[in-house]
Design a protein around this ligand. Structure first.
Ligand code: ZN
Length: 364
């Protein structure tokens, strides 16, 4: 017999397009009551995990890397949740909740379906909230260009608009308009530098503390209403005249039965290793060369680089950013520290093209 909903482990699914600020927000939320002591599953497209390092979690974190949880990585996510369940049951781990951070390209719908269809997930876990994050400066353009970004908005119960201070009024209004068109009933909250408490998000969805504590009545009513399949399928493939790549753009969407195999994302992740310390100026020149060569195809740069002054820095770039963000890495280098180098996510660019573009070889 399945345990009642309240006895199941709550799961918070955090999604959002590449560079929208998911990791920053999750890092702050992990210190707040709803997620204190939570196990974290980080899903990254690149083979080299970085978000776990940035989140500062090691003990209770599982990494599903090199695959995306909405497609090839879904079995990995299911396995990670099964492993966590058994570890908790056998008291090898203790955690009150699980937070799942998807890749920036993930469509949350197949993950949501897994919590309904997968026997162990259905019986032992309760999907508490699906939250989508979108950066205000580039959010509307990304939704127009990438079906995944729209799918994230569509599947969410709460929408978080980040980086509003870096956006123009026009940017913000455009993103509000996309939110309203895709998911008019989801509350929209604003966060700058992760100043939005998770509890405010849960309250906005009607699933805050008050509803959780001691709520044993009407468990069925507490079950969230998920977007239905028809809505999910219908919203993807059309209305994206600017989408690059033609037929490719349809491949990475899930089919109507929710099968996660056989589809992929038009964008891919490549890793540029930088095993030796480099000069900061050299790094900045290389990053600008990369950005110039890949132009709009460049979706994300993220990595940890050792500088020749002995420091390590975190490099980040997201669509809509005016410049690369290069800042010292705060945390003491732990044993799980990432391999130095840059994960680059781009459209129409394999590792060879990315590497050539970074090194300025030829006109990639
Ligand atoms: Zn995927």
């Amino acid at each position: 017999m399945a345990p009642p909903p309240r006895a199941r482990i709550p799961v918070y699914l955090l999604t959002g397009f590449l560079g929208s600020g998911k990791t920053t927000l999750l890092a702050a939320w992990l210190a707040q009551p709803a997620l204190e002591g939570a196990a974290v599953i980080v899903n990254e497209l690149g083979e080299v995990g970085l978000d776990g390092t940035l989140l500062g979690v090691t003990d209770q974190a599982a990494l599903v890397s090199g695959a995306c949880v909405c497609c090839t990585g879904l079995p990995g996510l299911e396995q990670a949740l099964e492993d966590l369940f058994w570890a908790r049951l056998q008291r090898r781990m203790a955690f009150p909740a699980v937070a799942v951070e998807t890749t920036g390209l993930a469509d949350p719908a197949p993950v949501v379906r897994a919590f309904r269809d997968h026997p162990l997930l259905r019986e032992r876990y309760r999907l508490e909230a699906v939250i989508a994050v979108a950066g205000a400066p580039a959010g509307a353009a990304l939704i127009d260009r990438h079906p995944e970004a729209g799918a994230q908005v569509l599947a969410a119960q709460a929408l978080v608009m980040t980086k509003t201070r870096e956006a123009t009024d026009t940017d913000r209004q455009a993103l509000h308009a996309r939110f309203a068109a895709l998911n008019p009933h989801a509350p929209v909250l604003v966060s700058n530098h992760a100043d939005l408490p998770l509890d405010a998000v849960l309250q906005a969805t009607g699933r805050g503390n008050d509803a959780q504590v001691g709520d044993t009545s009407s468990p069925d009513l507490a079950e969230p209403a998920w977007p239905d399949e028809a809505k999910h399928v219908e919203t993807h493939p059309h209305d994206h005249p600017q989408a690059a790549g033609g037929a490719d753009d349809h491949d990475h969407l899930c089919d109507e039965h929710g099968n996660a195999h056989d589809h992929h994302h038009a964008a891919q992740a490549s890793f540029v290793p930088l095993p030796q310390p480099v000069a900061r100026d050299w790094l900045l020149i290389r990053l600008h060369t990369l950005a110039g060569a890949l132009a709009d195809d460049l979706l994300r740069v993220k990595g940890i680089v050792a500088l020749d002054d002995g420091r390590r820095c975190v490099v980040q770039f997201a669509p809509g950013d005016r410049r690369f963000d290069v800042r010292p890495l705060d945390e003491a280098p732990g044993p799980a520290a990432s391999q130095p180098g840059l994960t680059v996510i781009a459209l129409h660019a394999d590792a060879e093209r990315v590497s050539a573009a970074f090194l300025g070889r030829g006109h990639a």
